[in-house]
Ligand binder design. Structure first.
Ligand code: 13P
Ligand code: SF4
Length: 305
């Protein structure tokens, strides 16, 4: 059954001159079918570079919007229109405008996990891979607002020594991973390296060996000689890691860390998406132009890892 579906997708992909991009949290079969897999930063760069006419974005809304802003001449499709990101929805453009009024001298850095409207109100965008570099690049005499993820914000504040104005947003998938989960897994696998996403809570991060974006986890695992890793992020990451280090063991810190929105994409929905050219991401021109400035600054400042 899958074989037939895969053949149909491949045929239609060629006809449409489409490319399939998938985030590292996508179901394993979607990661395997994609032309490119990666973290938010890697996928943004791919979306900006590709010659394809159509991008099928297997991820969540803000990622597909980012691709559409960076590649306005391409058609960007999201196979399931309900694939949102609750973290991105934790701040609206109106709320950010109010915050800016309270801190009129501040520069605004928004995590890429935000709506296009919030990006349009921001000076810089960042991902978990380059948040530290972006904050470090800002003039020291200016206050900095960081939205919407408080945990990534604290990580960036910690690494840069800057006092950031934070918004109380969080990812419900990452905050599910507890200190106890890490302690229990470390007791069971004392030789394992703990790799943790910066969206996790501070006590979890304190117990970890490496704080990395999903793309950085893959790079780290590839270079490491360790044979066992505890992974504190969304469980889709285990598939991606096993593919790059088949000889190593990857243990999820918590089986509960599953992003339901990331799992909405299926092979059938990718086929329908290509057949019906749905669901196309369209944004008002004014928002695209303003959000693009913040995104362009992000793509220019690369992470040092
Ligand atoms: P990465 O940019 O590290 O892939 O993370 C994206 C995300 O949504 C984390 O929850
Ligand atoms: Fe959003 Fe969290 Fe899902 Fe990432 S894992 S897409 S931040 S809800």
């Amino acid at each position: 059954m899958n074989e037939q579906l895969l053949e149909k997708i491949d045929k239609l992909k060629k006809q449409r001159e489409a490319v399939i991009l998938a985030h590292n949290y996508q179901p394993g079969e979607i990661q395997d079918l994609a032309d490119f897999t990666g973290d938010s930063l890697g996928l943004s760069i791919k979306a900006a570079e590709t010659d394809a006419k159509v991008i099928v974005f297997c991820g969540v809304q803000f990622m597909a919007e980012t691709a559409a802003i960076l590649s306005p001449e391409k058609t960007v499709l999201l196979p399931d229109k309900n694939a949102g990101c609750p973290l991105a929805d934790m701040i609206t453009a109106e709320q950010l405008k109010d915050l800016k009024q309270k801190h009129p001298d501040a520069l605004v850095v928004c995590y890429v996990n935000s709506s296009a409207e919030v990006k349009a109100e921001s000076d810089y965008c960042c991902t978990s891979a380059n948040a530290v570099e972006i904050v470090n690049s800002l003039p020291e005499d200016r206050p900095v607002i960081f939205v919407p993820d408080q945990h990534l914000g604290r990580f960036a504040a910690d690494r840069t020594g800057r006092d950031l104005i934070l918004w109380p947003g969080y990812c419900h998938v990452h905050v599910v991973i507890t200190e106890e989960d890490i302690k229990n897994k470390k007791a069971k696998y004392p030789d394992a390296i703990v790799m943790t996403h910066p969206e996790c809570t501070e006590p979890v991060k304190e117990l970890s060996d490496q704080l990395l974006s999903t793309g950085q986890m893959l790079k780290f695992a590839q270079k490491s000689t360790a044979k066992r890793f505890i992974i504190a992020t969304e469980t889709g990451m285990i598939h991606a890691l096993k593919k790059c280090r088949p000889d190593a063991e990857f243990i999820p810190a918590s089986e509960k860390a599953v992003c339901p929105n990331m799992k909405l994409v299926t092979l059938e929905k990718i086929l329908w998406s290509l057949e019906d050219m749905q669901y196309e991401i369209t944004l008002p021109q004014e928002i695209t132009t303003k959000a693009r400035n913040a995104l362009d600054r992000m793509v220019q400042i690369l992470p040092t890892r």
